[in-house]
Design a protein around this ligand. Structure first.
Ligand code: AMP
Ligand code: MG
Length: 415
């Protein structure tokens, strides 16, 4: 084997990111259990049924303007004068029927009085007592919102597999739907492995570091809104690792670990997993985050993420997150990516897909562009915190010149 590090970049045993994701998604079948929840509690759950609208929205024909409701057939070629016979307010409709030669004063959102089909803006009318005159240029049927023009009775408003964000529970409320059937929440257990790791709050001794991966994982799982089971830091001791896996798999739908899956270190984790489940140990052609284990531990799904802090985040976002979404029955679109020029050269070696940490900004003219968020090594967690996107550089690519269009995947939304 050559001493040149680039040799390893083209390891034919490496699995491409897309292949690994495809294999993971193909293996997973969504959980079947559902629950019926009131709207507010259903927020962030995934729909387990289609919802058909019980109503028309708008529920009745109403006015789009403040003005006068009349019969379109009354409009002549020149001026038209009509008798005012009443008023229709939103929430307080006009009761009678409007006859030829009559009109009703109407407010935005008010139900169109029987007999009328047209609304003329108040600015286009002149009143002389109870006699209202309209100029020409109006069309029959104008300024009317029709029943069901937004949503008709029985229309599918939400589909199985959709996640209920703020807009979705608001939409259901607007239809008077009080509760929905959703997938039950996922339970996800995680722990860290490594003798060098100390929990936050304890003093560090020589050669030790704080366990940050559990916090990162906690944050990402909270954002996904699953039930979390934190099993702490587990020593590199076979019995401890086995006990942790047993407990995690018995209590959760999915188990996520970090560390202990790279070659040479995998021993305890690997022997335990061989005993308790069926797990593949992969080398993914990606940077950061080469080692990845995936499979089943007892009845739970297992994701063995690499130990380096940035690798944990990159592999979680690219593999564990879509897999957990699928497990909860979510039919999510692939995360948004788009191309922008990079404002500086980027270092890259062909052979792996890079997920570099980037800062996406607008320049003074309002044009988007991306810069690297500092050092790109897989232990530089501060770069991940400065970044607002991944810069995804294709496997075949070498160094990137400034000005090249590169693909970015933002990871910060409005909240
Ligand atoms: P490993 O895959 O166990 O060899 O870990 C790779 C690197 O990640 C090592 O430098 C570990 O010290 C580090 N590491 C592993 N787990 C954690 C953790 N939970 N928090 C911070 N660093 C970690
Ligand atoms: Mg380790």
């Amino acid at each position: 084997m050559s001493a040149k590090p680039s040799c390893d970049e083209f390891d034919p045993n490496n699995l491409r990111v897309e292949q690994a994701l495809e294999q993971i998604q193909h293996s997973i079948t969504p959980i079947a259990e559902t629950e019926r929840l009131p709207l507010m509690q259903a927020h962030n759950h995934v729909m387990a049924e289609d919802v058909h609208s019980p109503l028309n929205v708008p529920p009745y024909k109403n006015s789009a303007m403040d003005g006068y409701a009349l019969r379109g057939a009354d409009l002549g070629d020149g001026d038209t004068s009509l008798d005012l016979i009443g008023t229709a307010f939103a929430g307080n409709p006009f009761d009678g029927e409007v006859q030829a030669g009559q009109c009703v004063r109407i407010m935005t959102g008010a139900k169109l009085p029987a007999g009328t089909d047209t609304v003329i803006m108040q600015e286009h009318a002149t009143a002389d007592g109870e006699r209202i005159t309209f100029g020409n240029g109006h069309t029959s049927g104008q300024n009317v919102r029709h029943a069901g023009e937004d949503i008709a009775v029985e229309d599918v408003v939400l589909q199985k597999g959709q996640r209920l964000h703020a807009a979705e529970i608001g939409l259901l409320a607007s239809l008077g739907v009080p509760e929905v059937t959703v997938a039950r929440k996922l339970r996800v257990a995680f722990f860290s492995t490594g003798d060098e790791l100390r929990p936050v709050g304890e003093a560090l001794e020589e050669g030790q570091i704080y366990d940050s991966n559990r916090y990162t994982l906690y944050g990402m799982l909270r954002e996904l809104d699953v039930e979390i089971l934190d099993l702490g830091v587990i020593r590199d001791v076979p019995e401890a690792i086995e006990a942790a896996f047993e407990q995690a798999a018995d209590q959760a739908d999915a188990v996520i670990t970090s560390g202990g899956v790279s070659v040479g270190e995998a021993d305890y984790v690997k022997t335990t997993l061989d005993k308790l489940g069926k797990v593949s140990f992969w080398k993914i052609a990606m940077k950061p985050g080469k080692p990845l284990a995936f499979g089943r531990v007892k009845d739970a799904w297992f994701f063995g993420l690499p130990g380096n802090p940035v690798s944990v985040m990159a592999t979680f976002y690219q593999f564990a997150l879509p897999a957990l979404r699928r497990l909860m029955g979510e039919e999510a679109e692939a995360p948004l990516t788009f191309k922008v020029p990079c404002r500086e050269p980027l270092k890259k070696r062909a052979g792996r897909t890079d997920f570099q940490r980037g800062i996406l900004t607008l320049d003074e003219q309002g044009n988007p562009g991306v810069t690297a968020a500092g050092m790109q090594a897989s232990h530089i967690l501060s770069g991940m915190s400065r970044a607002n996107c991944f810069i995804i550089l294709p496997l075949e690519a070498d160094n990137i010149d400034a000005g090249t269009l590169v693909e970015v995947q933002p990871f910060r939304g409005l909240m």
